[in-house]
Design a protein around this ligand. Structure first.
Ligand SMILES: Nc1ncnc2c1ncn2[C@@H]1O[C@H](COP(=O)(O)OP(=O)(O)OP(=O)(O)O)[C@@H](O)[C@H]1O
Ligand SMILES: [Mg+2]
Length: 569
């Protein structure tokens, strides 16, 4: 299977040339930080490293790269982390429903430790933890793929899980939302942190459904494991009736729907009724905009008292929601439409009635009566057990395989691992479909394996045309001249307040391109010298998007009804 690559220069409304023909796949793109030495993770890669690219940094197995060695044997991933294996870690699982104080209690241990790291699934969570620790006089760095805010004398770090450092030693560490080990795309980053963080105490917070798997995985590491179970701190009441009409929408409601178009259609219907204004939160909004929207919703002094959101509210944001209203219990997951899982329903519903918030009792219902039975039964059911954790080979393994098969491109190497990986029953090989799309693209360019790998693990949304195109042009220019000037690729001065949903979407994509540039500039400082320009363009995009959302400028010919599956309001 091969993907076609670049077709350049058809300019979009915002001045971005359209390129990249790629298969449509999963909508959610992740970024990861692999095991190829500290230099990539900490951003010390330079154009010259290519000279040394043949020699893997670590040799945990003591084997040489030969075609006889079985590179695809991934049955003992705990041996990839020798520093953690020198420790007998005390692992404490904090498990329970949403809003039960799991993270709160784990953070207390972190605050009291002499050194530590918090690993969360989202930048927003890492931001919040860094803020909280610094406020508590525990100096804490914030490190995500795109930000590095270092605090003088810091003994602690709050990071996104992909940035977890498996070569340092800590007194205490937290991995939040540990059930994400089961995520088909990002699961392996959680597995890596679980096996690789070298801490005396390792706190894992999440859903009880992950307990048997974690216990089983940790049988071979020699760690001590304790399970602490929590109860929800404030009640969550499933309602017997659906929301009958738009006039029943009230302050503190959060309407949940899964397509961007439905979000804007519902916002428009609610606002047209004249009683409420809506903030919106969904995955492709820049994180800063999501936070600004959440803050506006939480702020009682303005009229934006209703939220319309996707499952992007499921984790991370602290929201004053009184009632969750599911507009649907189905979502499109990149390949097809499916019912929400029990854990997804519980995770989203659990956002209502946050402990010590303005609405301490949460309610949950649906827009349509026929969805109520599934909602009620899901809220009563335990989440199905998570049976396997994601796994992905380290860069060292990929590199050794490449040495033994020098003619193979990165696409072929990844394909080989996906097709042939040998795994123990606790693991599955991560879904690397999107990475393979990027690999197919960079394999066309004269780049070394590490350079290609860097683009493959970057936070590009390859299924977003503009974002994918940005990556393609960055990689092309980098391979040609070694230096990528932002202004050669983008015409930022043409960015303007969007007037239509299409323009808004383009602006969101453009934000992703600038974000990608910042990410690359942290790792290839000399080759991507315009980080400040990219960062300031990012913030201009945020402001323009916020201006659009504040002004409720959705005045295009978009017909609301066209986007709604079923007519209710
Ligand atoms: N003992 C406590 N004293 C004061 N506030 C608390 C306490 N326990 C929890 N909280 C607050 O209650 C809210 C929910 O707690 P927390 O975020 O730890 O829940 P959680 O179980 O991790 O939820 P989720 O599964 O949604 O991540 C937070 O705002 C937290 O600060
Ligand atoms: Mg939590």
């Amino acid at each position: 299977m091969a993907y076609s690559v670049l077709r350049l220069r058809k300019v979009s409304a915002l001045g971005i040339p359209r390129v990249l023909q790629a298969d449509q796949g999963s909508l959610w793109r992740f970024h990861l930080e692999p095991e190829f030495g500290e230099f990539l993770r900490l951003g010390l890669l330079t154009r010259n490293y290519k000279k040394n690219s043949g020699s893997p940094k670590f040799d945990f197995t003591g084997t040489k790269a030969t075609s006889k060695f079985d590179f695809t044997d991934l049955t003992c991933p705990h041996t990839w982390y020798p520093i953690a294996r020198k420790k007998k870690r005390k692992v404490i699982l904090h498990v329970g429903p949403t809003n039960s104080g799991k993270t709160y209690n784990a953070l207390k241990h972190l605050e009291q430790s002499s050194s530590g790291v918090y690993c969360g699934p989202l930048r927003l969570l890492a931001w919040e933890v860094a803020k909280r620790l610094n406020k508590a006089n525990v100096p804490c760095d914030l490190i995500t793929g795109q930000e590095k805010e270092l605090v003088e004398g810091a003994t602690h770090k709050a990071v996104t899980v992909e940035m977890a450092d498996v070569t340092s030693v800590y007194d205490c560490a937290i991995i939040d939302e540990i059930q994400m080990v089961g995520c088909t795309q990002r699961g392996f980053a959680f597995t890596r942190a679980l096996l690789g963080i070298a801490a005396n105490e390792l706190h894992l917070c999440g859903d009880p459904a992950v307990v048997p798997l974690v216990e089983d995985i940790l049988k071979v590491t020699g760690d001590d494991v304790e399970v602490h179970t929590y109860e929800r701190l404030s009640p969550l009441v499933p309602l017997m009736n659906p929301v009958s009409s738009v006039s029943s929408i009230k302050t503190g409601d959060c309407l949940v729907t899964f397509s961007r178009k439905d979000i804007y259609a519902h916002k428009k219907i609610i606002e047209r009724a004249g009683n409420h204004l809506c903030s919106v939160v969904y995955g492709s909004l820049p994180p800063e905009t999501r936070t600004a929207q959440a803050t506006r919703f939480n702020d009682e002094t303005n009229d934006f008292d209703v939220l319309v959101a996707s499952d992007a509210i499921g984790m991370g944001l602290n929201l004053n929601i009184s009632r969750i209203i599911f507009s649907t219990l189905q979502k499109f997951d990149g390949t097809g439409t499916r019912d929400l899982t029990v854990s997804e329903i519980k995770q989203i519903a659990g956002r209502a009635g946050r402990f010590q918030s303005k609405f301490p009792i949460g309610e949950v219902t649906c827009l349509y009566k026929e969805d109520l039975p599934l909602l009620h039964s899901s809220l009563k059911s335990p989440s199905p057990l998570i049976e396997r954790a994601g796994l992905f080979p380290t860069f060292d393994l990929l590199s050794r395989y490449s040495q033994a098969h020098p003619k193979h491109g990165l696409y072929q190497i990844l394909e080989h691992f996906v097709d042939n990986a040998k795994l123990s029953s606790n693991y599955f090989i991560s879904n690397v479909e999107d990475m393979m799309k990027v690999a197919a693209l960079v394999d066309e360019l004269p780049l070394g394996l590490q350079e290609k790998y860097l683009f493959v693990v970057s936070p590009v949304d390859i299924n977003d045309e503009i974002s994918g195109q940005g990556l393609a042009q960055f990689a092309q220019n980098f391979s040609k001249t070694g230096v990528v000037r932002l202004t050669e690729i983008l015409a930022p001065d043409r960015v303007k307040v969007p007037k239509t949903p299409t323009e808004l979407k383009e602006l969101e994509s453009l934000h992703k391109v600038f974000d990608l540039y910042v990410w690359l500039s942290i790792r290839l400082e000399d080759s991507f010298p315009d980080r400040e320009v990219a960062a300031s363009q990012k913030s201009i995009c945020n402001k323009l998007i916020e201006q659009f959302l504040a002004g409720n400028r959705l005045n295009s010919p978009t017909r609301v009804s066209r986007y709604l599956r079923r007519q209710k309001f």
